[in-house]
Write a protein that binds this ligand. Sequence first.
Ligand code: FES
Ligand SMILES: [Fe+2]
Length: 404
Amino acid sequence: MDAAATEQIRAGMAYESGRTAPPEGFPQFPDIPSGRYVDPDFQVLEQENLWKRSWLYAGHEDQVPEPGSWFLQRNTGSPILVVRDLEGTVRAFYNSCRHRGGPLVKEDAGQSRGFVCGYHGWSYTLAGELTAIRDKRDFVDFDFSCRSLISVRCEMLGGWIFINEDPGAPPLMESLGPVAGEMEQFQLGNLTLVNSRGYDVACNVKVLLDAFLEVYHLKSIHQSTVDRFLDHRGTTITLWPGGHSRMTTPNRRPDWIDPGTMGMPAIPTVTEIPRDNNVSYNIYPNIVMPPAATGLPMLVFWPRTARTMRIECHWFSPKAGEEGLSPLWQTRIDNFERILFEDTQFAPQIQESIESPGFKGIPLNYQERRIYHWHEELDRRIGVNRVPTELRVTPVLKDWVETK
Ligand code: FES
Ligand SMILES: [Fe+2]
C-alpha cells in the first residue's frame, strides 16, 4: 500500500470517528429487494452470469506440488480437475471424459501420470490431450485432436489458483484491478497453506456474504470477542470498480497486538495499515480476506442451492524454516472459528425470515455500503435489463467508487 493510500486511510478513520452523519451528498439507499435472496429465477440469473463467469479461488499451489498432482474442485457446481502438467503449468479441465462423460478422477486429490477413464478406458495426458481409445477400429473417421478434455480458464495470483468457466473472460489480473496491487505486500507466492476447513450453512450465499461486508453487527454478535478490540465507528471503506472493496477498522488501542499471534514470524513487506489495523478485502465476488502480517485467513463463500451455501476458511502463513510452523497456529485457527460461528449463528433463521411475508426489503445504512456496492455489481454482471424490475438494485454509488 503506497504512502498516498496509507494517508488516505489514516485520514478516513479520523473522519469517520468524528462525523455525526453520512458525508454530504451521500445517497439514501433504496431497499434491496428480499426476492434477490429467495427468487428461483434470480438464482438462475446469478448462477449463469456471476458464478459461471467470475474468477473464483480454486485452491493453492501447495495442493499441486509436483507434475501429475491434481485435485478436484466441486464448488462451482461443475466438477473441475486442477492439475500440474509435466511442464509445471497448473491447468484446469472439466472432470468429464469426452466419450460418454465418465469421471476421470473420483477422489478429491491424487497424483497421476495421466488420466484413464474408468468407463471404457480412454486415456488423456496431464495436459488434457486424448492419446488412446479402446477399439479405435470401431469409430469412423475418429479425430483425436478435437476430443481433448474441455479446459477451464486457470490463472495464478502468487500461489493462489483461480478458475473461470467463461472462456471469454478478461484475464485474472485485469479483473482484480486495484486488488492485485494491494496484494503485492503479502507476497502471496511465498506463503504456504496451513489449514482448510469448510462449513455448510442453511442460507442463501448472499445472507452470509453480506455479514462479512460490514462491522455494524460487532456490538451485537461479537460483543465479547471482536468488539472488545475493534472500534467500528472509525471504519473507513474503499469501493473499487468490479465490485471489489476494502474496509479498514482501527484497533481500540493503537498499540494492540493479537496475543494469539505474538512471536509468530511476519511477512516483512506488509505495510502499516494492515499491520496495525483490521483490514478486510472483498475480492469480488466471494473472497473475504482480513490479512495480518503474521498470516492470512481467506473466507470463500459458495452457493449450493438458493437456500444453502458453504463457507470455506483457508489459512496462509509465511513459509516456515527448519523450525516448522508455530504451535500457536492451532489456537489461532480455533479462535477464528469461534468468531465465525458467531457470524453464522442467525443465518438459517434470517433465511426463513426473508422468505416469509414478514420481510420486504433491506434498508442499508452508510456503514453497510459495501453490501450495496456488491449488489450493484451483481446487476451489472447479469445485465441490468435482464434483472426483473422488482428485483433490481438502483445504482447510486457511482460517485463513491474510487477509480484512480
Ligand atoms: S465415458 Fe470415458 S471412455 Fe467411455
Ligand atoms: Fe462478523
